[in-house]
Design a protein around this ligand. Sequence first.
Ligand code: IPE
Ligand code: IPE
Ligand code: MG
Length: 254
Amino acid sequence: MVRASKPPGPDGEGPRRTPRHVACVMDGNGRWATQRSLPRTSGHRAAETAVIDVIEAARSAGVGWLSLYAFSTENWRRPNAEVDFLMRLVRRVVRKHAPLLHARGIRCRFLGATDPRVPAALARDFADLTTLTSGNGGMTLTVAFDHGGRRDIVEAARSLIRSGMPADAVDEHSFAAHLPFPDTPDVDLVIRTSGEQRISNFMLWQVAYAEWVFPPVLWPDFRAPHFLECLHTFRRRDRRFGGVLPHQNGDRRP
Ligand code: IPE
Ligand code: IPE
Ligand code: MG
């Protein structure tokens, strides 16, 4: 995380902005399927339409950074058949939509995917899409796959120690430079669908001052209008970053 030159502070009453970085915890696929008496895997398959709709909605709305949580380091605990299905599905989705993502000028990258259980062919497709789109100047799409916020922090600590930096020289800025994709700005808005209200180990460092919304809709039913409603909710929030909004500063002399 490298912050913009100006540190965050209270938003004040200025124009309400589109969040720069939106992150989605795409949750509820299993329940969507169960409600229809279908196997959980059908819910994962149905998630594809929502993913593409949200990418398009975010890009059109002027969101600069979109991060999607697709598979956590804890999701390896799921039954093998479900994990295998997810690996194959993600591979198919990545290959199918690569031309569209590239045509839209979206820069794609994958956060995580370091576990040896990630199939080599899938890792290659991730690398290929990253390379194909690396020169694009549009929205940056980060797919968190085999991602864990704690693992990223531990890896950053290891990297920092290996660099030989003296302990007293370590501050938030130098630490964040050792996280994966250190150019990623802090997350402004996290959307977690399905009504669950948990972080589930998602981008722990980057969400430190994010606004959170928890729409009850299950991810396979989530569409552009839901996404735009979340942006609207965000714009109505006062972001204080520990400070006081200018118009609430009672000590100020007229
Ligand atoms: C999210 O949906 C997708 C992944 C975690 C891969 P879930 O599979 O967690 O759906 P629920 O929470 O069981 O409904
Ligand atoms: C978080 O959802 C991970 C993803 C959406 C990829 P989970 O459904 O796995 O999280 P928990 O188990 O409810 O915390
Ligand atoms: Mg879930």
